[in-house]
Design a protein around this ligand. Structure first.
Ligand SMILES: *Cc1c(COP(=O)(O)O)cnc(C)c1O
Length: 407
């Protein structure tokens, strides 16, 4: 760790996750709680007009100086510090969901007439944001293969942003972030990366060359499927200023209780990610020898096309994977319905296992699918599994009986 934005940069991440945001001790009694309370407020009160003026001036300079409740007080500040430590950033801006963090980051930098290059493997709702809002504001986006030849071919004089996600949504495609970032910077682009998968713990886009890392704390940081929250993190002073004003102008705010839940979740982020990753690997070992399984999309799996990049750039794995199976549509619905331990639902990153079918239309929009899918895979279906913290032997038993129910 070369940087020291949080005051915790000289210790290991698992230590920081326990110590950032401790409650202060009462100066008189010398006592206090371990966990910082949820400090709820709609506004901020000041001891004097001078103190209020000082806070206003600091806010104008772009500093974190709350003059009103929307920015949040100590609970929010502790979470921001923790996210900066995770992502190796200088400032974190909180948003009410991961999607709100994505839209805030894009709106902070893009103006009318601008163009953004977007990897075709990104989280699907980014396309919806473009269709519904950005296009109406005269901002163009092209969704392209995240390789240098495709990006170069789609580059325009007005291109300002390269927006990526690694590994990509649905098929876990690892991207070469250092190479893509270098190319983008050579062309004057700002690189924004969705880091929900890595959550700063196992992957750090800012250290790999990105300018803004956005994430849904809804997933692994919250970790208990009871919270919606997002953040955009950066270390670039120009981008800090742009996010500072955009965050405030858009009215993005997070409840103190939600910031508190995210802080609480983050204490066990490492344990949970490692637990889910170990279980997912165990489930992959079973999946790999099933006759109905044609392919496993999981960067930590040695046969995954992105395994070498994962080994080079990531510090761990998690429980999210996709698996191509030979079942037709009717069979796969029977398999999913037959699962007892896997909830049927979107999302991931909680303590529990979940399953969904990856929509064929979504696969079709991911060029990686066209690139990797064999005829056998094309004829089948793709399941998305989030492997949680249950005993993996039970998860495998559940999958076994469900696979049997297909036929
Ligand atoms: C879930 C998710 C988001 C959006 O997060 P919300 O908090 O649900 O808005 C963004 N990116 C990725 C990769 C996600 O999986």
């Amino acid at each position: 760790m070369a940087r020291d934005a949080t005051g915790h940069a000289d210790e290991r991440i698992d230590t920081s996750l326990q110590h950032i945001g401790q409650a202060p001790l009462d100066p008189v009694t010398g006592a206090g709680p371990v966990a910082l309370p949820s400090i709820r407020t709609s506004t901020v009160r000041f001891a004097s007009m001078d103190k209020l003026d000082q806070a206003q001036a600091a806010k104008q300079r772009g500093e974190r100086a709350p003059t009103y409740g929307r920015v949040g007080l100590e609970t929010h500040a502790a979470l921001e510090t923790l996210l900066c430590r995770l992502e190796d950033g200088e400032r974190a801006f909180l948003a009410p969901s991961g999607m709100a963090a994505i839209s805030m980051a894009l709106m902070a930098y893009l103006s009318q007439g601008d163009h953004a290059l977007v990897a075709d493997c990104v989280y699907g709702p980014v396309r919806y944001f473009h269709q519904t809002i950005l296009s109406r504001m005269g901002i163009a986006m092209d969704f392209v293969r995240p390789d240098l030849a495709s990006l170069q071919a789609a580059l325009r004089p007005e291109t300002r942003v390269l927006y990526l996600e690694s590994p990509g949504s649905l098929l876990m495609e690892m991207l070469d972030l250092p190479t893509l970032s270098r190319w983008a910077h050579d062309h004057g682009l700002v690189v924004i990366v969705d880091n929900t998968w890595g959550s700063g713990y196992i992957y750090q886009p800012l250290t790999l060359g990105a300018d803004i890392s956005v994430l849904a704390a809804t997933k692994y940081i919250g970790g208990h499927s009871d919270l919606m929250l997002g953040a955009a993190v950066t270390r670039d002073p120009v981008l800090i200023a742009k996010l500072h004003e955009t965050h405030y102008a858009l009215g993005n705010t997070v409840s103190a209780d939600d910031a508190w839940l995210a802080l609480r979740g983050a204490r066990t982020l490492g344990l949970r990610m490692r637990g889910c990753a170990d279980n997912a690997l165990t489930v992959c070992q079973w999946l790999a020898v099933q006759p109905q399984v044609s392919h496993i999309f999981f960067p930590a799996w040695a046969q995954d096309a992105g395994h070498a990049l994962w080994q080079r750039d990531a510090r761990g794995s998690n429980g999210l994977l996709a698996v191509a199976v030979d079942f037709n549509n009717a069979q796969v619905r029977r398999v999913i319905d037959a699962l007892h331990l896997f909830g049927i639902g979107y999302s991931w990153g909680g303590y529990e296992s979940l399953v969904t079918q990856v929509e064929p239309a979504a696969l079709a929009s991911h060029g990686y699918w066209a690139q990797t899918a064999s005829a056998r895979m094309q004829a089948g279906t793709v399941l998305r599994l989030h492997i949680g913290l249950e005993d993996p032997a039970d998860l495998i038993d559940d999958l076994r009986q469900a696979f049997a129910a297909a036929t």
